[in-house]
Design a protein around this ligand. Structure first.
Ligand code: SF4
Length: 460
């Protein structure tokens, strides 16, 4: 079914159908990966409600997020008393091990000295749990920035140096709980002790409980994060991150920083495993002797994936694709698409990094063969999609109205996925996640072909 599509004006005063969500949402997501952490949003109640609703609809988990609930008076005179009262209330009600304070546009617009206020509050009451503060006004960036700045703030506040330890820090970026679980499985298969920050693999995809847990079990503890400055190395995932939150550990404690793109596709996963193999040998240098270190189950998954590529290439080869998502996810997925013979014609994100195009070129995509849109909204993405005529879109569920209107399939990836269940269990990473993605892409194209054909399907 093909529905009429709106042709928006090229002169628009504001984003239409935004492709980005708030910076404090990314911050709350990262804080959810700290054990015993209660996120507290410093600003108006509406921001917190919106963020809760977005996260609940994606993860389908309870989402207690506190707010300092600015009213008119706090907006004019500052929210110091609101912040003090909120901290007191949530300590009484939730007994958190740590409080993560992120700010909204409102608090930052009035010039609130949140850091100074928190210093006063903690000086007055030393019995309070540790408080980590990060400034996350959405006018300076979206959830992608809020997430990474929060990881950097946690490391800057908590990590300490000292006698070197044998573990590896893994900074995975804003991936799904299923991705986090798989990354842990991969790193531990190399016999590398792991400190993963954040780790919301359980807090945002936990079991059903008889008794409600306002702060869910799971996450990395502050004591563990304190050891980040003593790690063998930091593996930071995300092709567009420059320098990224791991840079502070290198600067302050000399922890070597190893950067890699998200492991989606055979080549990208090989690269991450190569880095892990080098770390497992006690060296940060790359080695060509990868096979001797890679666990056999990973080699088997790689072999099955390559076999699937061979089986399915005739269904995907030469098809045009548009990718929408967080910068690092969009870049990695576009790289995977090129690897399997799809033609990425558009790679778009609501975030602004200025590094997506160069990251795609570094993956071997020919300059000029694809379009990149940063700081995009769905209105502008839709206009380019109408022109570029992809056969398929990979992106969040907010791309669905566009693909429905154009009559092309959508493979759901990233955040938010509000119109399907299981968003937290979408596995994007590793050979296993790539396998799932490849099957889904090939089957989406096959389904579309069958649905568009008069004959449908017949097997004689
Ligand atoms: S005011 Fe800022 S932080 Fe609050 S919902 Fe709007 S964009 Fe997000």
């Amino acid at each position: 079914m093909s529905l009429p599509i709106a042709t928006p004006s090229s002169k628009r005063p504001a984003a239409t159908n935004s492709c980005r969500v708030c910076a404090p949402l990314g911050s709350v997501l990262a804080f959810r990966g700290l054990r015993g952490c209660m996120p507290l949003i410093h600003g108006s109640q509406g921001c917190a409600t919106y963020i809760r609703r977005y996260l609940i609809s994606h993860f389908r988990e309870p989402m207690d997020v506190a707010s300092t609930s600015f009213d008119e008076s706090a907006t004019i005179f500052g929210g110091q008393s609101n912040l003090a009262a909120a901290i007191k209330n949530l300590v009484t009600q939730y007994r958190p091990e740590v409080i993560g304070v992120c700010t909204t546009c409102l608090a930052e617009t009035i010039g609130e000295d949140t850091e100074g206020i928190l210093r006063e509050i903690t000086t007055e009451d030393p019995s309070l749990p540790p408080i980590i503060h990060v400034a996350t006004p959405s006018f300076k960036g979206c959830q992608y920035r809020g997430f990474h700045e929060t990881v950097a703030a946690v490391l800057n506040t908590v990590a300490k140096g000292g006698k070197p330890m044998s573990h590896v820090n893994l900074l995975p970026g804003p991936v799904s709980p299923a991705d986090l679980r798989h990354l842990r499985e991969i790193v531990e298969a190399f016999n590398l002790p792991l400190l993963m920050l954040p780790d919301y693999s359980e807090t945002l995809d936990g079991p059903s409980l008889a008794t409600y847990a306002p702060i869910p079990e799971g996450g990395v503890s502050l004591a563990e994060v304190a050891d980040a400055g003593r790690a063998t190395a930091t593996l930071q995932l995300g092709a567009t991150l420059e320098p990224g939150p791991g840079a502070g550990l290198q600067r302050d404690f000399g922890v070597p920083l190893v950067k890699a793109g998200l492991p989606i596709g055979v080549r990208a996963t090989d690269a991450v495993l190569d880095s892990l193999a080098a770390l497992a040998r006690g060296s940060a240098s790359r080695s060509s002797d990868l096979d001797s270190v890679v666990p056999s189950w990973l080699s088997a998954e790689r072999g099955r994936l390559v076999d699937a590529y061979v089986d399915g290439h005739k269904y995907v080869s030469g098809k045009r694709v548009a990718v929408v998502g967080d910068p690092d996810l969009a870049v990695a997925v576009a790289g995977f698409c090129a690897e399997i013979g799809l033609i990425p014609v558009l790679v778009a994100s609501g975030a602004l990094t200025h590094r997506m195009a160069s990251s795609l070129e570094a993956l071997g995509l020919a300059p000029g063969a694809f379009e990149v849109m940063e700081d995009a909204d769905y209105d502008s993405i839709q206009r380019r999609v109408v022109e570029l005529k992809p056969d398929l879109v990979l992106g969040p569920s907010k791309a669905y109205p566009m693909t429905r209107a154009l009559g092309i399939p959508l493979v759901r990836i990233g955040f938010p996925v509000h119109d399907r269940i299981g968003a937290g269990r979408i596995l994007h990473l590793g050979y296993r996640g790539t396998q799932r993605l490849f099957d889904e892409v090939a089957n989406a194209l096959l389904t579309h072909q069958q649905d568009s054909s008069e004959m449908g399907y017949a097997y004689q």
